[in-house]
Ligand binder design. Structure first.
Ligand code: ADP
Ligand code: MG
Length: 383
């Protein structure tokens, strides 16, 4: 999805209050009634009316016609503006540049801070919902509904959960010195991190030392395990390779990204995810570099022994305590499962060498909330 920032500069305080009012109202209303917007925004009726028409023109809110009453809903564009506005106020983002990635559930942009230093903005877009078909039935839209019932509200909430989760793990992993981007800020469904000067392993045809890189990646999986974690989407799309000049030539440094699928080693399907992560690397190295290790494994049962060894702190426990609670984790996981969100693992498995160019980093935009998603790799069912 595009990120059109043109209107960012000319919104005045009353416009921002009105946009925020629509966001607040959306927590309980699929269609926010105009009087409620006026009430929540604490602006004069004239100002609110003016703001509403400006926001609607800029596609930040959208009028909903079929409803029994006049109302508006927040669009993804509107939510993007609220998040960007906060990141700008926090001096984390100054301007937005090119889009460098379009995933099924995220958009990636290069942004800069006020000194012009480039960073990466990742926007989570879970359940890209289309409202084009209009309102689907004639429920009473003013009725307060639970989160689960709330179709329109849940994309916002779930996308924010994905960003909160990703950011929490990014911070925790960065703090213990794992090779990940530097976390710089998060707001709503947006997160900002340092730009890695490199390419996904997927795009690399040759490496000077496949065995060395393979060993390093397996080491990384084991290190994650010792910290109580399994990445869950560890593959050639989510490992960036950066070159570093050293005394003895250029060294390739793997940098791990993309954490919304991270699970604890105590997760019911931990072994499945661990094995899948290992397999993705093995398959890719065999296919791309013709390299297969003579050693079997690593195996989950051995990796599991490393958890907390030598007093290493468990990040699964730490992240749970720091704000991304177990309840949030469960909600997000259930939603991702329901919507067939399965990261890049399936692409890693399915794509063969001939189709390498049209790989999964540019999925067609899904904008049909009723469309069936292909669930991909089957995994054990958990309660
Ligand atoms: P998705 O969940 O859509 O797979 P990712 O976090 O894996 O999102 O990012 C998608 C792509 O964007 C990556 O494969 C990579 O090419 C690019 N990318 C993401 N984060 C960074 C970063 N910090 N630095 C450089 N490129 C990045
Ligand atoms: Mg990815």
């Amino acid at each position: 999805m595009k990120l059109d920032t043109k209107a960012l500069r000319y919104l005045n305080p009353s416009d921002w209050r009105t946009l925020t009012a629509v966001e607040t109202g959306s927590r309980n209303h699929e269609v926010v009634p105009t009087p409620l917007i006026a009430n929540l925004s604490k602006s004069s009726v004239g100002d609110v009316q003016r703001s509403i028409s400006l926001l609607a023109k800029a596609n930040l809110i959208a009028k909903v016609k079929n409803a029994k009453y006049d109302g508006y809903r927040l669009t993804y564009g509107g939510l993007d503006y609220l998040a960007l506005h906060s990141l700008q106020k926090g001096n984390i983002v100054y301007s937005v540049g090119n889009q460098i990635g379009v995933g099924k559930e995220s958009d990636i942009f290069v942004v800069s801070d006020e000194k012009g230093e480039q960073r990466v903005l990742k926007i989570h877009r879970l359940g890209r919902v289309s409202f084009k078909k209009g309102v689907r039935n004639k429920r009473d839209y003013a009725r307060t509904r639970t989160q689960k019932e709330r179709g329109a509200g849940s994309w916002m909430y779930m996308s924010r959960l994905a960003a909160v989760k990703e950011y929490a793990y990014l911070q925790a992993l960065h703090d213990v010195g794992l090779s990940v981007p530097t976390p710089l800020g998060q707001n709503r469904h947006h997160l900002v991190m340092s730009l890695v000067d490199g390419f996904p392993l997927r795009q690399i045809d040759k490496v000077p030392d496949a065995a060395g890189l393979y060993a390093e990646l397996m080491e990384m999986l084991l290190r994650l395990c010792s910290l109580g974690l399994i990445h869950g989407d560890f593959n050639e799309f989510n490992i960036l390779i950066r070159e570093e000049e050293g005394g003895d030539g250029v060294k390739l440094i793997p940098v791990l990204i993309d954490f919304p699928q991270m699970v604890s080693v105590d997760h019911a399907n931990a072994e499945f995810y661990f094995n899948r992560d290992v397999e993705c690397v093995k398959r890719f190295f065999a296919r791309r570099f013709g390299f297969s290790s003579n050693e079997e494994g690593p195996f989950f049962k051995d990796a599991r022994q490393l958890v907390g060894k030598d007093g290493v702190k468990r990040l699964d426990v730490e992240v749970e305590a720091s704000g991304f609670s177990r309840k949030m984790a469960k909600e997000l996981e259930a939603y991702m499962k329901e919507h067939g969100v399965d990261g890049d693992a399936k692409a890693s498995e399915a794509v063969d060498e001939e189709t390498a160019d049209s790989d999964s980093q540019s999925h067609e935009e899904e904008d049909d909330d009723d469309s069936e998603r292909d669930d991909g790799v089957s995994e054990p069912v958990t309660s």
